[in-house]
Design a protein around this ligand. Structure first.
Ligand SMILES: [Zn+2]
Length: 116
């Protein structure tokens, strides 16, 4: 497992949401920000946007320099890594902020996604 992905797993373990996701933003060898997903508003108000995805929470903390890499991890109830490929909304937002690569957990090992 990649070291930064391990950090993302630790962030996921801190999430209080139903789907526990954590993310770490890295440029070079520096960790710029880390966050889990978090509640934003009641699902009764806006179900689709009831949480900040972990990636969105990162971008609320820092403005990433061009060429940053995001590491995203999701764990299940037992703490085992699950499929954590960023959703299309986060992919677009990350790409627009200059993040060029996403690495994410899957049950069978790390996945890689180039962001346009
Ligand atoms: Zn997302």
């Amino acid at each position: 497992m990649l070291p930064y992905l391990n950090l993302a797993l630790k962030q996921a373990a801190r999430s209080r949401c139903r789907y526990r996701v954590g993310a770490v933003l890295v440029k070079g060898r520096r960790v710029l920000a880390h966050s889990s997903n978090r509640y934003r508003n009641s699902p009764g108000i806006d179900f689709k946007h009831a949480t900040f995805h972990a990636e969105e929470a990162l971008l609320r903390r820092v403005c990433p320099p061009r060429g940053s890499v995001v590491y995203v991890a999701r764990i299940n109830w037992a703490g085992a890594p699950m499929f954590a490929r960023p959703c299309t909304r986060c992919q677009d937002t990350l790409a627009a902020h200059g993040v060029t690569l996403a690495r994410y957990t899957t049950p069978t090992g790390p996945g890689l996604l180039r962001l346009a």
